[in-house]
Structure formats: structure tokens, C-alpha cells
Design a binder for this molecule. Structure first.
Ligand SMILES: C[S@@+](CC[C@H](N)C(=O)[O-])C[C@H]1O[C@@H](n2cnc3c(N)ncnc32)[C@H](O)[C@@H]1O
Length: 327
């Protein structure tokens, strides 16, 4: 798909080119080779961002700094329409007057709604012919659009206003798995130690934990999640962009609470969560707790039992919530 995208770019502009969510850095590297214009890359995922650091292109920490003044935006279409909407509106608002956007995707993951989302922010939207199961959308002619991102919604039942950028899991909604996990937070033992919300998304769990625990840290690999969680938790939580628990020392954490990821991009993948469970074993103090919600069919229970005594606290038609006490 990267080759199709590069073939579809047309004449490269003399000004800034932004590359978004380039998973392996191939697009940014090829563009930096083909032009003397400045190429700036932004990846929502820190794991992907780290793959770009050796390319010598500018790395932007957020969407706004990536897109300001840009003439061309090149991206792989995100799974989420909201993520695409925030990218398109930001480009139309703060890109150059002649900014255009070229977005590639696997045809099986593309929907007409993507064209409609782009047409909110650009006058002309057209699709390329498909090639090798991929297709490219072209958008040009930025419109004067409003910027609704980050969005916010007040949840009366939680007494909490949730803020969400477009790329964040569940947006401003309360996910059913998260709700089930919230119903079990009272099982956590009181502690002055650090309580971590691992894979914090918009920061709902972290914000609720901070009402009871003095030291709450929220961690997410996604820049959009971290920016959203900082707004949702409004200073009550230490929010960090990190890959899992990698930055925590051994036996330093009293409790980990998590609604972990079940996708990487468009693919279902248990690998990040299995790594999180293993890392939880490393960072939890003896007697520390791991509270986790997951889809009941996923293969996590044996791994949790290997860490320590594990109980199922509740289960519904889709999810189970488990509590593991570190041996
Ligand atoms: C299912 S969502 C849950 C979000 C939030 N806790 C909630 O319940 O609404 C999982 C989150 O894990 C994050 N994530 C995925 N891989 C990660 C990793 N390696 N390290 C930290 N967070 C990760 C995703 O960005 C996403 O925000």
C-alpha cells in the first residue's frame, strides 16, 4: 500500500509535507529521499514513533504541530472515523491554503463514510483505482470548518466529564468492559503506594481511582489518549505516554488496573496484553493487585494465574473481571 500511496502523490510541494501514522517509517523515509522539502512525521503510537527516530525526519509530538502550515498530508487511513475527522479538520484549519490530503487503505477496511468524513473538511474528494487490494483517497480544497476535537461529555452517573480526541478508544462514551471494571474497583485494597491505570484511554478509570488513591499514574502508548486523559483527570493523575509498564522499576507498584487493548490497528492481537500481564508480574510488589477486564474468550486466565492467586470477580455475557494477588 505504501507504494500505491507514493505513486499517487503527484507533484510534491515545495513546502512542508506531513506523514501521519506511518507504522514502519517507510513512507517518511521514501519522501525524505525524494524531496528537499521538510518532512514531518507524527504517529499516535509511541511504538510506531520510535521506529521513525533514526530516519532523520522531524518528529511531531501531536497532530497540531505536525499539520501546521503543511501543504501535503500523507497517511494510512485510521480504523476510526473520528480519528480521520480530527486529522482532516486539523489539516483544513491550520494547514497551508492549498493543503491536500492523500490517504491510503486496504479496500476491505474502507467505507463510503471515509469519503463523507473527508468531504466535511475538503471541497473535492475522489478515490483512486484500486491496486493490490488497496486504494487511495484524495482530498483537496480545504473548507472553513469548526474544530470539535477534543470532544467532551458529562456522565452524571460517574460525576465525571470525559474528554476525547478522535483517535481515542470509545471516544467520550463509557465502554461496557470499562463499566464492568468500574463496578469492581471497590475490591482494591487501600494503599499509599502507586496505582497504575494501564492503557488509560480517555482516563475514566484513572480519574475515578484518583478519588480514592493519593498516587495514581495513567499510562497509554497513544498521544491522543494521553492528551485526552490529561483533560479528563484535570491534574489529579500523573499521565504518561509509555509502552506498557516498561518504565516502572521492579516491585514498585501497589496495584495495576487495566482494560487492555485487543487490537493493534485493524488486527485483533493478544500480544500487547500478554506482555502487559508479564510486566505486571515484574512491577507489582508482593501482595500487589492486578484488576483486569477482558473478553471472556481471550487466553489471559492461565497467564494471570501464573502471577498469583486469581479470582473472577464478575462476569457478564461478554466480559470477565479478574483480581490477581501477586505471590
Ligand atoms: C481497550 S482500550 C481501554 C481504554 C480505557 N482504559 C477505557 O477503559 O476506556 C486499551 C488502551 O490501551 C492502549 N494501549 C495499547 N497498547 C498499549 C501499550 N503497549 N502500552 C500502553 N497502552 C497501550 C490503547 O491506546 C488504548 O487506549
Amino acid at each position: 500500500m505504501d507504494l500505491l500511496l507514493l505513486d499517487e502523490l503527484g507533484e510534491l510541494p515545495s513546502g512542508r509535507i506531513a506523514v501521519l501514522d506511518d507504522a514502519h517509517g517507510a513512507l517518511a523515509a521514501a519522501l525524505a529521499d525524494r524531496t528537499s522539502s521538510s518532512v514531518v512525521a507524527h504517529s499516535d503510537s509511541l511504538v510506531n514513533e520510535r521506529r521513525l527516530t533514526h530516519l532523520g525526519v522531524e518528529i511531531a509530538a501531536d497532530l497540531t504541530s505536525a499539520l501546521v502550515g503543511t501543504q501535503l498530508v500523507v497517511l494510512r487511513l485510521p480504523k476510526s472515523l473520528d480519528a480521520l475527522d480530527e486529522m482532516a479538520r486539523t489539516a483544513a484549519q491550520i494547514g497551508a491554503n492549498d493543503v491536500r490530503l492523500v490517504a491510503g487503505g486496504r479496500t476491505k477496511h474502507m467505507t463510503p463514510s471515509m469519503n463523507a468524513v473527508l468531504a466535511t473538511s475538503f471541497e473535492e474528494v475522489r478515490a483512486s483505482l484500486g491496486r493490490q487490494k488497496s486504494r487511495v483517497l484524495h482530498a483537496a480544497g480545504p473548507k472553513a470548518v469548526k474544530q470539535p476535537w477534543p470532544q467532551q461529555r458529562h456522565h452524571d452517573d460517574l460525576g465525571l466529564t470525559v474528554h476525547a480526541h478522535g483517535a481515542v478508544f470509545a471516544g467520550t462514551r463509557l465502554d461496557a468492559g470499562t463499566a464492568l471494571l468500574i463496578s469492581q474497583l471497590h475490591h482494591l485494597t487501600d494503599t499509599e503506594g502507586t496505582v497504575v491505570d494501564l492503557g488509560c484511554g480517555t482516563g475514566i478509570l484513572a480519574a475515578l481511582l484518583a478519588r480514592r488513591f493519593a498516587n495514581v499514574t495513567a499510562v497509554d502508548v497513544s498521544a491522543a489518549a494521553v492528551a485526552s486523559a490529561r483533560l479528563t483527570t484535570s491534574g489529579s493523575v500523573d499521565v504518561r505516554r509509555a509502552d506498557g509498564l516498561s518504565e516502572f522499576a521492579d516491585a514498585s507498584i501497589a496495584a495495576v488496573v487495566s482494560n487492555p487493548p485487543f487490537h493493534v490497528g485493524t488486527t485483533k492481537d493478544s500480544t500487547p496484553t500478554l506482555k502487559m500481564i508479564k510486566d505486571a508480574g515484574r512491577v507489582l510488589i508482593s501482595g500487589g493487585e492486578l484488576l483486569m477486564v477482558f473478553n471472556a474468550h481471550l487466553p489471559y486466565l492461565p497467564r494471570l494465574k501464573a502471577l498469583g492467586r486469581t479470582n473472577i470477580l464478575v462476569r457478564d455475557n461478554h466480559y470477565v473481571v479478574t483480581r490477581t494477588i501477586r505471590d
